[in-house]
Write a new protein. Structure first.
Length: 181
């Protein structure tokens, strides 16, 4: 039996991750809790069996505020699962597990390290490149590098199409051969 559904462009779990992210972000906006004020859902990883969904978040409070944010999310976990159950058409509503996003934290750490290093003022060039660059390269003038204009192509001679062009012995003055009265 051939399926007539349109093929999906990405796997089911990726679609479900995006759907849950949208649902939870909308629901978190409606919750009136100061601890969740500057919270953003970065990504969600739903298990293929739908038993668990890991929700990665970040907040402006940084790693110092993670404990407070996790406490607030635990208090609102039931409401968030109910919102997923109402809005998503899935067999089973996964258990929500909240974790701070490690990628955002690592990116912040790398930015701090780069800020400590300061701007790079001098770059050491390896000897291999110095030898190659030691000889100056003479550049051709820019005008010689421009492509010359291409002359327009000559039109090929048109071949007579059968049945449309009159033959040399058919002239408009001649009467048809069958009309001799």
């Amino acid at each position: 039996m051939v399926s007539r559904r349109k093929p999906r462009q990405y796997p089911r779990t990726a679609r479900l991750n995006q759907l849950l992210r949208e649902i939870l972000a909308d629901e978190l906006e409606q919750i009136d809790d100061d601890r969740l004020e500057f919270l953003s859902i970065v990504s969600i990883d739903v298990d293929s069996d739908l038993h668990r969904a890991v929700v990665y978040f970040d907040s402006l409070q940084g790693s110092e505020g993670d404990d407070v944010v996790l406490e607030a999310l635990d208090e609102h976990r039931k409401r968030l699962r109910q919102a997923v159950g109402r809005q998503a058409r899935i067999k089973r509503v996964p258990e929500l597990v909240f974790r701070p996003d490690p990628a955002v934290r690592e990116g912040s750490h790398i930015e701090e390290i780069l800020a400590e290093l300061g701007p790079i003022t001098e770059v050491e060039v390896p000897d291999v490149y110095r030898e190659r660059d030691a000889e100056p390269v003479v550049d051709a003038p820019l005008s010689s590098m421009r492509p010359s204009p291409v002359p327009p192509a000559a039109e090929p001679p048109s071949a007579p199409r059968p049945g449309l062009d009159p033959s040399p012995d058919d002239s408009p003055d001649d009467e048809p051969a069958g009309d001799a009265s």
